[in-house]
Each structure stands twice: as C-alpha cells, then as structure tokens.
Write a protein of this length. Sequence first.
Length: 124
Amino acid sequence: MPDPSISSFAEALVRLVRDRAIQNCDARLTPGTRSPIGKYWQAALEGKNSRAIGNVIIPDCVDEAIFCLLNAIDDGGLKLIYVDGSGNSVNLLESGLGELAGWYVGTDSWRHKFSSQRINEYLT
C-alpha cells in the first residue's frame, strides 16, 4: 500500500483533473450545446468521418485534462512543487499567481509557444 500522502494525491488528481475533464467533455456532447467547442464536436460527429472526429476531439480532450490540472493547482486543490533541470524548486501555486490555466489556453498561450501538435481555435 502506498504512503497515505500518495493516496491523497492520487485521489485529488483523479477527482480534480480526470473526472472534471471527462465531465466537461461529456457536456460538450450534449445535444444543443451552446459551447463553441461543443458545436465543433457536433459538426464533426455529423460527418461520421473518424479521422475528422479525431482531429477535433483528441486535442480538445488533452487540452481539457491539462487545463483541469492547472486549474486544480491554481485553486489550491493540488499543491505542487516543480523542480526544474537546474534543481530549482518552484511552488506552482505561488509562482503561478493563480493563472496557470489561463496561460495554457489564453492569448499567446503555452500551447502556441511549445506544442508541435494541432491546436483547435474556437474563439478566434
């Protein structure tokens, strides 16, 4: 059995990141959704082309999970310290100023700066 602290982290990770990301993605599949992302998903599903569906849904689901992770850190639900390549420790809640999730998806986002994979743009 893992250390109780590890179990506590695992529970928070699953509830605050995985479960919330699934709930958010499920909501996008609700008929008549008003979500811009949900509207794109519905259009992709109508075409019944598995490649088109994957091109739309896969990056959105990954982005949603990462957003939920960063939001859990921003809200203090997950208290994490990052150790960079030089060994410097960074308290993500303090140094992130409660904006990690916004920096991930916002204008001039981390996705645009660092990702080599497709990014769906719904609000441009």
